[in-house]
Write a protein that binds this ligand. Structure first.
Ligand code: ADP
Ligand code: MG
Length: 282
């Protein structure tokens, strides 16, 4: 079943110069694709390729210049449906500091459901569940300013979860985190997807993208490639053409293969590599 359908989407920013003249800039150029409910889709591409613009059109923060986006058959250009759409498709951004709106952790997580008009007892339950899901329940009464970047990002994710969305879009959620914070956030994202939430992850870490079922590569506002991670990472030319790099574990696997030890192409992350080697030695 399709949850989001992108149909001939074009998005242009209008820039106003100092002399008052306007000029439009096409950030997304006539793209179409569907997102399957429950799937885990990564979106990658160089800076400026249109990833964030695309993300914002998917939950109606930006309205298409032409073409249309349907979220569960609801058109994002229809003002009357915008709250329904936002409650179905949540969004987590890169900078955790810009996403915290209340000084106390649990108030921050409650903000979304309060805006949706959820009854107070139900909010309590949703906030507690969401904080537990991101491993931050014991910090619920803390001041948000006391938390590390990774913890703040987990609170932002809890805020999205508390809206009980069917899909969450993560726009480079780990870009500002240290390796440990990054790992924890990725674990949460994988768990949410396993529980059935459709997951769209924009990332510049190829190792993170490798964990998805499908990778869409953007280039100059268009779709340059749309395939499984295995297909994408077996094509060095394609990776190079999009200005991207191989995941470190794939590089390592190929270097080892050059020395005569072949390993399955399904190995794409460090964890896969470690598991495989340990398994072989047992
Ligand atoms: P990405 O997330 O892949 O780095 P963006 O979607 O942020 O790409 O940007 C795509 C293009 O649109 C870039 O060329 C960027 O400069 C331009 N752009 C982004 N936001 C705006 C804006 N608010 N006004 C004008 N141009 C913008
Ligand atoms: Mg971006």
């Amino acid at each position: 079943m399709t949850i989001i359908s992108v149909q001939n989407l074009t998005f242009e920013y209008v820039r106003t110069a100092e002399d008052g003249t306007t000029k439009s800039y096409r950030a997304i150029d006539d793209i179409s694709f569907d997102i399957e409910a429950g799937s885990f889709v990564a979106i990658v591409g160089r800076n400026g390729s249109g990833k964030s613009t695309l993300a914002k059109t998917l939950n109606g923060l930006l309205v298409p210049t032409s073409g249309r986006i349907l979220v569960k058959d609801m058109d994002t250009a229809d003002d009357n449906l915008i709250w329904d759409i936002r409650s179905k498709v949540g969004m987590v951004f890169q900078n955790p500091d810009n996403q915290i709106v209340s000084s106390i952790v649990e108030d921050d997580v409650a903000f979304g459901p309060e805006n949706l008009g959820v009854p107070p007892e139900e909010i309590r339950k949703r906030v507690d569940d969401a904080l537990k899901a991101v491993g931050m329940y014991k910090h619920r009464l803390k001041g948000a300013h006391m938390l590390s970047g990774g913890q703040k990002q987990r609170i932002a994710i809890a805020g999205a979860i508390a809206m009980r969305p069917e899909c969450i879009i993560f726009d480079e959620p780990t870009a500002m985190l240290d390796p440990k914070g990054r790992e924890k956030v990725m674990e949460i994202i994988r768990n949410l997807n396993e529980e059935g939430i459709t997951t769209i992850l924009i990332t510049h870490f190829m190792e993170e993208a490798a964990q998805a079922d499908r990778i869409i590569v953007m280039k100059n506002g268009q779709i340059y490639s749309d395939s499984t991670p295995e297909e994408l990472y077996s094509n060095r030319e394609k990776i190079r053409g999009a200005g991207l790099e191989m995941p470190p574990a794939v590089d390592l696997r190929e270097r080892i293969a050059e020395r005569g030890i072949e390993m399955p192409e399904t190995i794409m992350t460090e964890d896969d590599l470690v598991d495989y080697i340990v398994e072989q030695r047992r």
